[in-house]
Design a protein around this ligand. Structure first.
Ligand code: S3P
Length: 419
């Protein structure tokens, strides 16, 4: 079912807001709770469809997951069992890549599949190292793509140098490392999100974290209670909204600000935004402080703001001068070809931008609004919604249902904050 959202321009955003639980952490904590001995309790898990797919997959593998109320889940961890059906991840790249790491270590066979977008995304980046560890993986339709079957078990630890900077690949191999004989080391050229290593450490798993590598030894966590903090990638929509709408003042409560998650804040501060972090409460405070100015975002910064490029493009479209994002090749293989969809959709709202190789160059100006399409990509839909607030004319976003992937209450939160 496709849905449309029509938005009129706004004068400003104001108020306090809680964003959904961090999506990356939500997937990982569910998986780790499933591996733990005993019952774990998780508070404030992300409520989007992607995380629901991870819950469904773990349930198909015999794990008992109970929703106590809308904010608390309990997970009875233990042994995973061979499922009766194929495991379907929907639109979720994180589910398919992280679950593959676990399933590679199981002494049974599983088939993983997803929607049309997942079937186009590169899986060779996890298949190749998992095969080096000893898993047998067969792509059932196209090479290096879903659907694929994993015949797992008998893994051995390896040292793997990641070619593509990817926290999903790192997370996948670290999870596989929990079932391998010996130790598994992942070396990265460019640092990526550090959730998996932080969580392994927090839950008492054997992990050694160095500047550009991480080493994991086999093991399972003990059961735990875990509070998922707010997702900085979702906070970014309100941060940019407040930074571009005159008179705005917004506080986003209890946001996770771990390693390689807050690159967008550094970029926006360089552009002149007034953002302060309250270190004790983990709140972000943003006040409109005048027109932003263009900047250069270097390739090495990209993994630390990979999901925030669409909303940073909106900030750039409203800034004085040019913003140059370098090395965005990875955006071509996200939920949509985001390099293209940023330019086609925000472009049709008046953004002046061009793609040069893997770079995106945005020239600041005025947004007009218009008719746009999410292309099934939640972050494109939400970025267009923020762009609509500063546009001269109304905007209609079709394919709005895509936001349910990560932020089902986005439109309600927008209504609460806008004036
Ligand atoms: C994620 C890592 C990022 C990000 C994705 C979630 C994760 O991908 O784009 O939405 O949970 O590890 P890569 O680092 O694999 O590019």
């Amino acid at each position: 079912m496709t849905a449309e959202l029509e938005l009129n321009p706004s004068s400003l955003l104001t108020g306090d807001i809680n964003v959904p639980g961090d999506k990356s952490i939500s997937h990982r904590i569910l998986i780790l709770a499933s591996l733990a001995n005993g019952v774990s309790t998780i508070h404030d898990l992300n409520e989007g469809q992607d995380v629901k797919h991870t819950i469904d997959i773990l349930s198909s593998l015999g794990i008992q997951i109970t929703e106590n109320d809308s904010k608390t889940l309990t997970v009875r961890g233990g042994s995973l069992k061979e499922p009766n059906e194929n495991l379907y991840v929907g639109n979720s790249g994180t589910s398919i890549r992280l679950m593959s790491g676990i399933l590679a270590g199981m002494p049974f066979s599983t088939t993983l599949d997803g929607d049309g977008s997942i079937r186009k995304r590169p899986m060779g980046r996890i298949i190749e190292p998992l095969e080096k560890m000893g898993a047998v993986i067969e792509c059932l339709e196209n090479d290096g793509m879903a659907p694929f079957r994993i015949d797992g078990g008998d893994l051995k630890g390896i040292e793997y140098h990641m070619e593509v900077p990817s926290a999903q690949v790192k997370g996948c191999l670290m999870l596989a490392g929990l079932f391998a004989q010996g130790q598994t080391t992942i070396v990265e050229n460019v640092p990526t999100r550090a959730h998996t290593e932080e969580m392994f450490e927090e839950l008492g798993l054997e992990v050694e974290i160095n500047d550009n590598s991480v080493t994991v030894k086999p093991g399972r966590p003990d059961s735990f209670t875990y509070q998922v903090m707010g997702d900085p990638s979702q906070a970014a929509f309100w941060v940019v909204g407040a930074a571009i709408l005159e008179g705005s003042k917004v506080s986003i409560k209890n946001v996770y600000t771990g390693r390689e998650r807050t690159g967008f804040i550094d970029v926006l501060k360089r552009m002149g935004a007034d953002i302060t972090q309250d270190p004790l409460a983990n709140d972000l405070h943003v006040s409109f402080s005048g027109k932003l100015v263009g900047t250069v975002v270097e390739e090495k910064e990209i993994p630390g703001l990979i999901d925030e490029v669409p909303i940073l493009a909106v900030a750039a479209a409203c800034a004085e001068g040019e913003t140059h994002f370098k090395g965005l090749g990875e955006l071509r293989v996200k939920e949509s070809n985001r390099l293209e969809t940023i330019v086609s959709e925000i472009g049709s709202m008046g953004m002046n931008a061009e793609i040069s190789g893997d770079d995106l160059i945005v020239k600041g100006g005025k947004l007009t609004g218009g008719k746009v399409n999410s292309h099934g990509d939640h972050r494109i839909a939400m970025s267009c919604a923020v762009a609509a607030l500063v546009s001269a004319e109304p905007t209609v976003i079709s394919g709005w249902e895509a936001v349910s992937t990560s932020y089902p209450d986005f439109a309600a939160d927008l209504e609460r904050l806008r004036k």
